[in-house]
Design a protein around this ligand. Structure first.
Ligand code: 6PG
Length: 472
């Protein structure tokens, strides 16, 4: 009986496309799904050179795989993963490898690694980014965990991943559930950048009064230069999309309520948990929450009507400043996410290679951008950099763009356009680069009302003062 090199559980859009990508690269692969239609469609959609088989019985599927079995799960995170594992593990043999390629929570992965490990099975968490198209033509792949299992998969992963300068956008992300963690933070950064782009759009639309054709031109130009990135590129295209129901642009027909599947929220929760400041990511998460208060926002907008936004005097200069502000706030968002990875790597003993993280994010994934080249250079110089804002070459860029970020944030503040992402990026930068913060006062207050003690600048130790009320 013919045995297949790989198995894929879950033949939804992502699973099917990743499977075809694997098959395109010369590996034979069997696919399983509970939905018979999907199993049937799998072979119909394959090309003649692919060695692909759709199997509707889990027993037959497992039996059709070569040993050790290498089974990729592409099912929704959470309960569906546990359900698959419950059914499949009794059918597996010692040394078989299960790779979870969904957006699973890292602690779920830790639990599953231990559970399958006790049955002599390998379980790995592997982030995959790039959406449907990326899965088919080359995603960014973030595997972590069992090194022995990773070594077996590496040739296939390198073959199917996106390539930048002939280098595959995949690398070992560290121990345990590091693969899921890195993907979670990738998504947190994704949330922040999307928030910032939406604010830039708002400023250009309501401030500079640009129409969709003009917005297309601005984003086209941005994408042709130093701001080149996947998210700027798709935003450019969005401004040209016509609606099928009306003769309008589709963007203007879309309800302003954002969905979220949870990875952004997890990133923020994690940052709070291990004590890392990532306010631009936090604000991006909370902005999506706030967007859902549509009815209240409508009510409030009537109660607090805003003055007409004054058009900036020099439109070209304003566009340039908004672009520079977006560029720098984006850089600061990456800095926050990467700082979270640095701390998480210590905290959870992941041993995440930051240099490889930014290297494999250069292609295939949603947050790919030319900016990542600069981070790659920074980590090549110093792999232990705690924050990319501390790199001298990055500092030179920041110094060039900080003026425009201030001006843009100030414009948003004075005109009543909500620029939460831009403002928090700036506020984070200002706090991070301030030698002496006013937190001395918070420490004094804490000690005053709760005897929480404080440390001093001029001597070692912990101090408490019996603070005197002036009115006493
Ligand atoms: C990717 C994306 C993807 C994510 C979507 C939706 O890297 O390909 O991050 O994994 O699921 O972007 O995320 P939200 O629904 O939370 O916006």
């Amino acid at each position: 009986m013919e045995r297949y090199n790989y198995g894929m559980v879950g033949l939804g859009v992502m699973g099917r496309n990743l499977l075809y990508n694997i098959a395109d690269n010369g590996f034979s692969i069997a696919g399983f799904d509970l939905d018979e239609e999907k199993v049937k469609e799998l072979e119909e959609g394959a090309t003649s050179t692919m060695k692909v088989k759709g199997i509707g019985s889990l027993e037959d599927f497992v039996a059709a795989l070569e040993s050790p079995r290498k089974i990729i799960l592409m099912v929704p995170a959470g309960k569906p993963v546990d359900a698959v594992l419950e059914n499949i593990t009794p059918l597996l043999s010692k040394g078989d490898i299960v790779i979870d390629a969904g957006n699973s929570y890292f602690e779920d992965t830790n639990r599953r690694v231990a559970d399958l490990g006790s049955k002599n099975l390998h379980f790995m968490g592997m982030g995959v980014s790039g959406g449907e198209k990326g899965a088919r033509t080359g995603p960014s792949i973030m595997p972590g965990g069992d090194l022995e299992a990773f070594n077996l998969l590496q040739p296939m992963l390198e073959a199917i991943a996106a390539k930048v300068d002939n280098e595959a956008c995949t690398a070992y992300m560290g121990k345990g559930s590091a693969g899921n963690y890195v993907k979670m933070v990738h998504n947190g950064i994704e949330y922040a950048i999307m928030q910032l782009i939406s604010e830039a759009y708002d400023l250009l639309k309501r401030g500079a009064k640009l129409n969709n054709d003009q917005l297309y031109e601005v984003f086209r130009e941005w994408n042709n230069g130093e701001m080149n990135s996947f998210l700027i590129e798709i935003t450019r295209d969005i401004f040209q999309q016509k609606d099928t129901f009306t003769d309008q642009y589709l963007i203007d027909q879309i309800l302003d309520k954002a969905g979220a599947k949870g990875t952004g929220k997890w990133t923020s929760e994690q940052a709070m948990e291990i004590g890392v400041s990532i306010p631009t990511i936090d604000i991006a998460v909370t902005s999506r929450i706030l967007s859902a208060y549509k009815e209240e926002r409508v009510q409030a907008s009537q109660l607090y009507p805003k003055a007409e936004i004054a058009t900036p005097e020099n439109t070209d200069q304003f566009i340039k400043e908004v672009g520079d502000a977006l560029y720098l706030a984006t850089l600061i968002s990456y800095a926050q996410g990467l700082a979270l990875l640095v701390k998480a790597s210590e905290e959870y003993k992941f041993e995440i290679p930051l240099k490889d993280v930014v290297k494999i994010w250069r292609g295939g994934c949603i947050i790919r951008s030319v900016l990542l080249e600069k981070f790659y250079t920074a980590y090549t110089k110093d792999p232990n950099l705690s924050n990319i804002l501390l790199d001298a070459d990055i500092a030179a860029i920041v110094k060039e763009k900080i003026g425009p970020l201030r001006k843009t944030a100030a414009f948003a503040v004075s005109s009543g356009v909500s620029g939460l992402g831009l403002q928090t990026a700036l506020g984070y930068f200002d706090a991070y680069t301030t030698e002496y913060l006013p937190i001395n006062l918070i420490q004094a207050q804490r000690d005053y009302f709760g005897a929480h003690t404080y440390q001093r600048l001029d001597r070692e130790g912990v101090f408490h003062t019996s603070w005197q009320s002036v009115n006493q």
